[in-house]
Design a protein around this ligand. Structure first.
Ligand SMILES: Cc1ncc(COP(=O)(O)O)c(C=O)c1O
Length: 446
C-alpha cells in the first residue's frame, strides 16, 4: 500500500482530485489576504476532524516500522560532504548535521518511481506537495496554514540569507543568540547587515536566553532576530513562555522574527515543541518560519525547504528578494517531501527511539569516562554540544581530529573551546568515537 497515490507527481493524478485539493484551500482563503484574521492555531477537535479526513482521503496505512539503524551503509564514494572530508584518513566523521541512516523506504520507493518517469523538466509546486505540507503543519503542529503562505526554497540557509535581505536596509543589524548554527552568523554580513550576537546563558545545566543582555545589545538599527527552535547546537526546546518573551521583545523593538524550526520533529524528551506561529496573530504578523523534512528524514541532499509567511506584506517583501536568485525545488525534492510527510511517521518514531538511546549513551559515557568535558542535557536533535575548555588545550578540535574523531568546531558557532558531536550514526561507530575521545582525554589529563 505504500508508494501509491501520494508519491506520484500531480500530472499522474486525476484532474478531479487536483481540483478538489485546490478547492479545499480556496474555501478557507476566499477573503483577500489583508482582510483575513491571522488565526493559525485551530482547536484540538478541529485538528482531530481534519486528521480523520486526511487519513480517509489518503488511505494511509500505518505499519510500525522497526527500522534497523545499525545497518552498515557505506557512504564513501557517494559525494558525501560528511564522509569525504576524511576520505583518506582514519577519522570518524561525527561533524556536519546529516545522519548515516537510509531515508524511510517509502521515500526511496517514491524517488525510484519518479526516476522511472524519466523526464526531469522544470518544476512547479503541485497541489499534492502543498497539501502534504499543510496537512503536516496541522496534524503534527496544530498550525493551520494556507497554501499561499508557503514559499518554496532549495534550502533553509537560503531562507536565512533571504530574511536578512528582507529586513531593513544595508547597514542595519541582525541579532541572534550564540552558540548557533554557523550560517546565522555569516548571513547578515553577506547582506551588508551588522551582526549582533548575544550569548545564551548556561544556568546550572540549562541553556537560557539572556533577555537582559538582549535588551542591552539591541539598537535602533536592529531589524531582525534569527531564532533557532529547537536550538542547534545546545539542543534546547524553547518553552511557550520563553517564546512569548522572544515575541514580545521583537514587538517592542519592531523586529522581524525568523524562526528556523528545521529540528522540530527531532524532540527526544517528553517536552512539547511550540511552533512560533502557534503563538497566534501577533506572531503571524512578523514571523517567517523556515522548515524542511530534510533534517528529520535525512534528505538534505534533496534540497527541499519552505518558508511559512502568513503576513501578505512580509511575504511580498520576502518574494521580492527571491527574484532572479532562488530556483525552484527540484523534482526529487518535492517527491521526497510528499513521501516523507505522508508515510514517514513510523520510521521517524523508530528514529527518535534510536537517537534517544544514543543520546543517553553519550550522557553516560561522558559522566563515566569524560568528566572533564562539560555537557548539558539535550532535549532535541542528534547533536551533542560540550565544553572542552577544561582540557586546557589550545585547539581541542584539532586534538580530537588528530586522534581520529572529526567533530564540529565551536569557533564556527561563536563559541571557541566548545565542540559538537553528531550522534546520528550507527551506535557502534558512536561508541568507537567515544572510546577514542576517552583515550585522548586520558593522555591529556595524565
Ligand atoms: C538550524 C539549522 N538550520 C538550517 C540548516 C540547513 O538547512 P539547509 O540544508 O536546508 O540549508 C541546518 C543544518 O544543519 C540547521 O541545523
Amino acid at each position: 500500500m505504500i508508494g501509491t497515490r501520494a508519491d506520484f507527481p500531480s500530472h499522474f493524478r486525476s484532474r478531479k482530485k487536483q481540483a478538489r485539493s485546490v478547492a479545499g484551500h480556496a474555501c478557507s482563503s476566499c477573503l483577500p489576504d489583508s482582510d483575513r484574521p491571522l488565526s493559525v492555531q485551530p482547536t484540538r477537535a478541529a485538528c482531530t476532524r481534519k486528521l480523520q479526513r486526511i487519513a480517509a482521503r489518503e488511505s494511509l496505512p500505518y505499519f510500525p516500522a522497526m527500522t534497523n539503524f545499525d545497518e552498515i551503509v557505506d557512504r564513501r564514494g557517494t559525494g558525501s560532504l560528511k564522509w569525504d572530508k576524511y576520505r583518506d584518513r582514519d577519522v570518524l566523521p561525527l561533524w556536519v548535521a546529516d545522519m548515516d541512516f537510509r531515508a524511510p523506504p517509502e521515500v526511496t520507493a517514491a524517488l525510484r518511481s519518479r526516476a522511472d518517469h524519466g523526464v526531469f523538466g522544470y518544476t512547479v509546486p503541485y497541489p499534492e506537495v502543498t497539501d502534504a505540507v499543510l496537512d503536516y503543519l496541522l496534524t503534527r503542529h496544530r498550525v493551520e496554514a494556507r497554501a499561499e503562505w508557503i514559499v518554496w526554497l532549495p534550502g533553509l540557509v537560503q531562507g536565512i540569507n533571504l530574511c536578512c535581505r528582507a529586513a531593513g536596509n544595508s547597514g542595519d543589524a541582525v541579532m541572534t543568540s550564540t552558540p548557533v548554527y554557523p550560517p546565522f552568523l555569516s548571513s547578515p554580513g553577506f547582506s551588508d547587515r551588522r551582526l549582533i550576537t548575544v550569548p545564551l546563558r548556561l544556568d546550572g545545566n540549562v541553556w537560557n536566553f539572556d533577555f537582559d543582555a538582549m535588551e542591552k545589545s539591541v539598537t535602533a538599527e536592529t531589524k531582525l532576530l534569527i531564532l533557532c527552535s529547537p536550538h542547534n547546537p545546545v539542543g534546547r526546546v524553547w518553552r511557550r513562555d520563553e517564546l512569548e518573551r522572544v515575541l514580545e521583545f521583537c514587538e517592542r523593538h519592531d523586529l522581524l522574527l525568523c524562526s528556523d524550526e528545521i529540528h522540530c520533529d527531532l524532540i527526544l524528551d517528553d517536552v512539547p515543541f511550540v511552533p512560533t506561529l502557534s503563538l497566534g496573530t501577533r506572531a503571524a504578523k512578523r514571523t517567517i518560519t523556515l522548515l524542511s523534512p530534510s533534517k528529520t528524514y535525512n534528505l538534505p541532499g534533496l534540497s527541499c525547504a519552505y518558508a511559512v509567511i502568513p503576513d501578505a506584506q512580509l511575504r511580498a517583501r520576502f518574494k521580492h528578494v527571491c527574484r532572479g536568485i532562488v530556483t525552484e525545488v527540484n523534482a526529487f525534492g518535492f517527491t521526497g517531501c510528499v513521501a516523507a510527510y505522508r508515510h514517514g511517521e513510523p520510521w521517524r518514531r523508530d528514529l527518535i527511539a534510536y537517537l534517544r538511546a544514543s543520546r543517553d549513551l553519550v550522557y553516560k559515557f561522558f559522566a563515566a569516562h569524560l568528566p572533564q568535558l562539560k555537557i548539558a542535557p539535550m532535549e532535541a536533535t542528534y547533536l551533542a554540544w560540550f565544553d572542552a575548555r577544561p582540557l586546557g588545550v589550545e585547539n581541542p578540535h584539532k586534538l580530537f581530529e588528530d586522534h581520529g574523531v572529526g567533530l564540529s568546531n565551536g569557533n564556527d558557532f561563536g563559541a571557541p573551546g566548545f565542540l559538537r558531536l553528531n550522534f546520528g550514526c550507527r551506535r557502534v561507530m558512536l561508541l568507537e568515537g567515544l572510546e577514542r575521545m576517552k583515550r585522548v582525554c586520558e593522555s591529556v589529563c595524565r
